[in-house]
Design a protein around this ligand. Structure first.
Ligand SMILES: [Fe+2]
Length: 162
């Protein structure tokens, strides 16, 4: 198994998600459904392992610093998963109206708040001990190897309250 720096990888994911969400919002606003579908597909693939790593490994490890705030982060994930499902449905229709496009773009931009909240966790994760960080790295690599997309994971594997 390749050694992986979980904090660096986690932050790099956030940059990709940030850029993906901004691109997706623009594509929706200009009603470029093909582009929107392409970006949503990329985000689905990236966010499956990312959310899973957070919920199965990182968030539980951070509970000692954050206590119940971890539950808020899980709720934010609920919202993001719902938004992804709605967007997939909308894009799947093949054409969208002006108002739908605007609303979907603003819902997409609203998800940026979670990206920024989540990236802030890096400052706390740095205080986990070296063995724990190494363990997180192994877990992240395993989860990435499995590579289950967000909506599949949410439907088939995800359990709340981890
Ligand atoms: Fe995250």
């Amino acid at each position: 198994m390749v050694e992986l720096d979980p904090i660096a990888e986690f932050r790099e994911d956030h940059r990709k998600v940030r850029d993906g969400l901004l691109g997706l919002a623009d594509a929706l606003e200009s009603k470029n459904i093909g582009k929107a579908g392409e970006i949503l597909g990329e985000l689905n693939n990236l966010l499956g392992p990312h959310f899973r790593f957070e919920e199965e490994a990182l968030y539980p490890a951070l509970r000692r610093f954050l206590g119940e705030y971890v539950d808020e982060l899980l709720k934010e994930h609920d919202g993001a998963i719902e938004a992804a499902k709605e967007l997939a449905r909308l894009i799947g229709k093949g054409e969208i109206g002006d108002d739908e496009a605007k609303e979907a773009a603003s819902k997409t931009r609203a998800l940026l708040v979670h990206v920024s909240n989540c990236d802030g966790l890096a400052i706390l994760a740095e205080r986990l001990d070296a063995a724990e960080i190494q363990n997180l790295g192994r877990k992240f690599a395993e989860i990435r190897d499995e590579g289950i997309p967000l909506l599949d994971w949410a439907e088939k594997i995800r359990k709340k309250g981890s």
